[in-house]
Write a new protein. Structure first.
Length: 129
């Protein structure tokens, strides 16, 4: 698990429930990502519609349609397959969501930075007055 960054406790991700949303850097620019549990597997993607690069959740962490079957863009209605991020309907064409590598071990979920995706720098502690 060399280089893995702790994300959340496994219990925080209920099957087809609310996603865990976090901030990271893509090529040095701030972006959001989300992780959700679908069919027992944790999947993670950048929170960005393929059609137009905007965040997709209806409310913070709510990405799935009413039937809890597809990841749905709240603005454009683009629908994505949770297992692989592939567009299955709407204005996203043949696009795919950008995956973020995650692993679940010992009741924790971790994500792996890559050359493109990096953790936000740790905030420097404030100096006492």
């Amino acid at each position: 698990m060399n280089g893995a960054v702790p994300l959340c406790a496994s219990a925080a991700l209920e099957e087809r429930g609310r996603a865990w949303v976090w901030d990271l850097l893509e090529y040095g620019r701030p972006v959001r990502a989300f992780a959700l549990r679908f069919d027992g597997v944790v999947r993670a993607y950048l929170n960005r519609c393929v059609h137009v690069p905007t965040e997709m959740d209806w409310q913070p962490g709510d990405f799935l349609d009413l039937e809890r079957r597809w990841i749905l863009c709240s603005i454009h209605g683009a629908a994505y397959e949770p297992a692989n991020g592939r567009c299955v309907g709407g204005p996203c064409g043949r696009g795919k969501l950008t995956p973020v590598e995650v692993v679940e071990r010992n009741d924790m979920v971790y994500w792996y930075p890559s050359p493109a995706l990096q953790a936000l720098p740790a905030a420097a502690p404030e100096s006492p007055p």
